[in-house]
Design a protein around this ligand. Structure first.
Ligand SMILES: C[S@@+](CC[C@H](N)C(=O)[O-])C[C@H]1O[C@@H](n2cnc3c(N)ncnc32)[C@H](O)[C@@H]1O
Length: 188
């Protein structure tokens, strides 16, 4: 078996080439509620780099402007985060074929977590495996926030109450679950 590439090195290679692990991950349609998701085609070890959440990096003013004009289904692809004391956003609303934008939320037992990696003074959002991931498992992370409509629906269904579900999730709450131990590769 070839020696394991360090997760950071692996991430940097993919960040530079703007590629996904197409031999290790696949897109699958799940159902009408969840839509598509990303699934492991082979196993990952705890700590492995899995993928980057790629998109258009914009400042908070531009993010607010786009949120006002976007359809809610597009706002769901906007991931806001703090960097150098300011709020930024990765807008992944464009269907660009990248995998990061298709990873679904799981707040009880996520198998990945988001970390920020700074390369050439620019932040990148990457998912790393929280535990070993087996072939066939869906890749998930905790979007953060408490008000994801599908979570509320689960809670209410458990209580046997029917509520209308609003599909417009304010994805800017996601920053609450982002790992703050980002590494600036320029400082190493
Ligand atoms: C960033 S997108 C993820 C990709 C999306 N599933 C798709 O097919 O385009 C976020 C959207 O996926 C759906 N989603 C994510 N996690 C979910 C979950 N645990 N249960 C139901 N829907 C979910 C919601 O519609 C949410 O607005």
């Amino acid at each position: 078996m070839p020696p394991r590439v360090s997760p950071l090195k692996d991430a940097l290679q993919h960040l530079h080439s703007k590629t996904d692990k197409t031999s290790k991950l696949e897109v699958k349609y799940i159902n009408a509620v969840k839509g598509r998701g990303i699934f492991a085609l082979s196993s990952f070890s705890k700590g492995d780099f899995v993928l980057e959440y790629r998109g258009d990096m914009i400042d908070n003013a531009e993010s607010q402007r786009r949120r006002r004009i976007y359809h809610p289904s597009c706002v769901a692809f906007m991931f806001s985060f703090k960097w150098r004391g300011r709020t930024w956003c990765i807008d992944a609303s464009q269907e660009d074929g990248s995998f990061g934008r298709l990873v679904n939320d799981e707040h009880i037992r996520p198998n990945c977590r988001m970390k920020r990696i700074d390369v050439d003074r620019k932040p990148h959002l990457c998912l790393f495996a929280l535990n070993d991931i087996q072939h066939g498992e869906e890749i998930t992370y905790d979007y953060g926030g408490e008000d994801c409509p599908w979570r509320m629906q689960m809670t209410m269904n458990a209580a046997d109450v029917i509520i209308p579900v609003d599909s417009s999730h304010p994805a800017d709450l996601l920053e609450t679950r982002m790992d703050e131990t980002a590494q600036d590769t320029n400082q190493q």
